[in-house]
Design a protein around this ligand. Structure first.
Ligand code: NDP
Ligand code: 8X3
Length: 251
């Protein structure tokens, strides 16, 4: 079995790579940081008897997406599961003060990148007569919150796309699902706050957030169902989180 996991150089994607490999799946891992990709590949191959293919590209670039997916040879062309995980938030603040570059990075990564990778891989799944696309959305795709504006819009978009892709692919035998997590302690907040570690750490203060591994469990659970079962959505929160803004914090 083969899983193609975008954004595997940290957080949820890295945890998914470990989870699928631990279960004996061969994996394709992608991301922009080549040294992280190479070290993860090495680490996984040392631990598990699986094959790992690292593809180093920026999924905002359609030509790079096309080239990398076209490069998948016969050993790798039968992708069973695509985990569309790569994504990010950049900045958090009032819409009226929004920065175009931040917004474009989110739209280009969270929506356009996901669209490009899916569009390029789906013909292979159709040819194989099966496949499963698992999109990583967010609580931010279920409810909007102040300062979340464009990030929330991209994640609402991912959930909307999931439903539409599922309808379009129903006659091809391809499953489409979405996992929508709440707060997870990854590099997400460091990226959102542009390297401000204090701000990033404060996101997770006073409660136990999700870990990438928690979400990887849900992704793998979806991926390992029998052929006739599609779990369409898993919405997963830390126990201490009730909504985007309501947390039970101990301090
Ligand atoms: P991380 O920042 O830890 O990981 C993000 C991953 O996406 C990295 O591997 C990064 O790799 C990759 N990525 C980002 N931009 C690009 C790009 N242009 N091209 C290729 N790869 C890219 O965050 P998470 O693991 O938390 O995030 C994973 C997904 O989960 C995202 O879609 C996020 O929106 C979503 N999510 C996160 C939550 C959280 O609280 N952490 C909650 C809900 C959803 P590299 O930098 O090497 O390119
Ligand atoms: C990340 C979770 O609530 O910070 O998608 O938007 S949140």
């Amino acid at each position: 079995m083969i899983a193609y996991i975008t954004g595997a150089t940290s957080g949820i994607g890295e945890a998914c790579a470990n989870k699928f490999a631990a279960q004996g799946w061969n994996i394709v891992i992608t991301g922009r940081r080549i040294e992280r990709l190479e070290s993860l590949k090495q680490e996984i191959q040392n631990k598990y008897a699986v094959e790992v293919l690292a593809q180093n590209y920026d999924l905002r670039n359609l030509e790079e997406v096309k080239r990398n997916i076209a490069d998948l040879d016969d050993n790798w062309s039968k992708v069973d599961v695509l985990v569309n995980n790569a994504g990010l938030a950049v900045g958090k603040g009032p819409f009226q003060e929004g920065i175009y570059d931040d917004w474009e990075r989110m739209i280009d990564t969270n929506l356009k990148g996901l669209i490009y990778v899916s569009r390029e891989l789906i013909p292979r799944m159709i040819k194989n007569g099966k496949g499963h696309i698992i999109n990583i959305a967010s609580l931010a795709g279920i409810e909007s919150y102040g300062g979340g504006n464009v990030y929330c819009a991209t994640k609402h978009g991912v959930r909307a796309l999931t439903r539409s892709m599922r309808i379009d692919l129903i006659h091809q035998g391809i499953k489409v699902s979405v996992v929508s997590p709440g707060a997870a302690d990854t590099e997400f907040s460091l990226v959102r706050y542009k390297g401000d570690k204090e701000m990033a750490d404060s996101t997770y203060e006073g409660y136990i957030p999700l870990r990438g591994e928690d979400i990887a469990e849900s992704v793998f659970f979806m991926a390992s169902q029998p052929a006739h079962v599609n779990i369409e959505e898993i919405f997963i929160l830390p126990t201490a989180q009730a909504s985007s803004t309501i947390f039970h914090r101990s301090n």
